[in-house]
Design a protein around this ligand. Structure first.
Ligand code: UD1
Length: 416
């Protein structure tokens, strides 16, 4: 297992180019199954979760060619409709391959997905939605076996605007007969990107970015090339890295519209933000001010930045309250941050953070992807050396994080 070693106290200054979005790339890669041919993707982040997605696709018969700035996926020879259990366990998003396999081949077999341990994370909404689409699901020895003759459009009301379930319904019903309507659909920008991608292939999907998505089934989809949107969570992470170190960071290739609630909170905390097309610059005060945060489905404050913003608030002037409304156990990082001197108390869904100037380097362990990124943030400002173990979690979701931080002045190294 590799470690990050960080020497804290360096002001971060400079430019960072934001990579393609992990959470958009994953469903789009699954969506390449639907055209049964070649798809060329640009701006795909080179991260472990994307590699796991490629492993699943290769295992079922796809070929993947990586060229300098593009990836060509050929799904014409898919011959297996089962997602290998070991790959399914590696990553929760592997479940969206099921929707694509059902959409194209009317069958899929998979076990319960794994992923970051941030709460119960059931897939009941995915399975209920499949059943609504007329798909029969047999559960045998922990495996779900899905079958249908054809996909016929229907109305689906999601009890909660689940990102993954919304994507799975879109993937399963894009090719088929009639119209599928998703009410209370998730509105995340990554879903808009998936819809743009599928519509470019010839899909007929309306309502992207709203809570009512209408999918008119088509007969087939064509071969295209597509440029994946920038990663809004990565963008937020580097702005927070600038803010926690009292620095001046400019993001290139970012979309400010996708992180408005985060920018608002950074401004409330006394950071200066300026936006120029796809560039966002943050100039931090010496010390940020305490602010309260409530995570919500998009367009609310993203749960994926809760821990990272939490690290920033642990250094703020005053007391902040975070309320986590999406995942019930997304506070595992708190114990590690407190080892570094943070003063955070968790009570149910809330965390009370008493800001302190005394964050100190320590040996800590990444408990999940974003919780691990929060530890990096704290390490950047800490007195002395921070050693973060289990960085494989962090590398699942951040492309080149060590180099990107080094480029703007951080002292961070990987030790194997
Ligand atoms: C996606 C993102 C993840 C982000 C999350 C919420 C990807 C690859 N991952 O995850 O980074 O943190 O959205 O913005 O895009 N739920 C159920 N039953 C289900 C499905 C979900 O109860 O069948 C619950 C979950 O346990 C959770 C909530 O709904 O409490 C939100 O989950 P969901 O929106 O589905 O998140 P993911 O798609 O897993």
């Amino acid at each position: 297992m590799s470690k990050f070693i960080i020497q804290g106290g360096k002001k971060l200054e400079g430019e960072i180019k934001i990579s393609g979005s992990k959470n958009a790339a994953l469903p789009i890669i699954a969506g390449t199954i639907l055209n049964g041919g070649r798809t060329t993707l640009y701006n795909v982040p080179n991260i472990q979760d994307v590699n796991t997605m490629f492993e699943i696709l290769k295992d079922i018969g796809a070929t993947i060619i990586k060229k300098k700035n593009k990836i060509i996926i050929d799904t014409s020879k898919i011959h297996k409709y089962e997602i290998a259990d070991n790959l399914m366990r590696k990553m929760r998003s592997s479940v969206i391959i099921a929707g694509a396999l059902i959409g194209k081949y009317h069958q899929a077999k998979f076990s319960y997905p794994g992923g970051c341990d941030i709460g119960a994370r059931p897939i009941d909404l995915h399975l209920k939605s499949f059943e609504k689409l007329g798909i029969t699901i047999k559960e045998e020895y922990g495996e779900m076996i899905c079958n249908t003759e054809k996909i016929i459009g229907t109305q689906i009301h999601l009890d909660f605007p689940s990102v993954g379930a919304t994507e799975n319904i879109i993937l399963a019903s894009c090719i088929g007969e009639g119209v599928t309507i998703i009410n209370n659909a998730a509105r995340e920008p990554e879903i808009e990107d998936l819809i743009k991608f599928l519509n470019k292939m010839g899909g007929k999907i309306k309502g992207a970015g709203t809570d009512k998505i209408e999918i008119t089934g088509v007969k087939h989809l064509s071969e295209i090339s597509y440029n994946i949107m920038p990663d809004r969570i990565e963008a937020g992470t580097y702005l927070i890295a600038g803010a926690i170190t009292g620095g001046d960071v400019k993001l290139l290739n970012a979309n400010s519209m996708h992180i408005e609630p985060v920018l608002d909170k950074l401004i409330e905390a006394n950071c200066k933000i300026s936006i120029n097309k796809s560039e966002i610059e943050l100039i931090a005060p010496k010390r940020v001010k305490a602010v309260d945060i409530k995570t919500m489905p998009y367009p609310g404050f993203p749960t994926d930045l809760q821990s990272i913003f939490g690290a920033l608030l642990s250094t703020a002037k005053g007391t902040s309250i975070i309320t986590e409304n999406i995942f019930e156990s997304r506070y595992k990082y708190v114990q590690e941050l407190n080892r570094m001197g943070a003063k955070i108390k968790v009570e149910g869904r809330s965390a009370v953070i008493k800001g302190t100037r005394k964050i100190q380097g320590a040996n800590v362990i990444a408990t999940d992807l974003r919780g691990g990124a929060a530890l990096i943030m704290a390490g950047l400002i800490a007195k002395g050396i921070t050693q973060i173990e289990n960085i494989e979690y962090i590398l699942r979701g951040y492309e080149n994080i060590e180099q990107k931080l080094k480029n703007i002045g951080a002292k961070i190294f990987v030790e194997n």
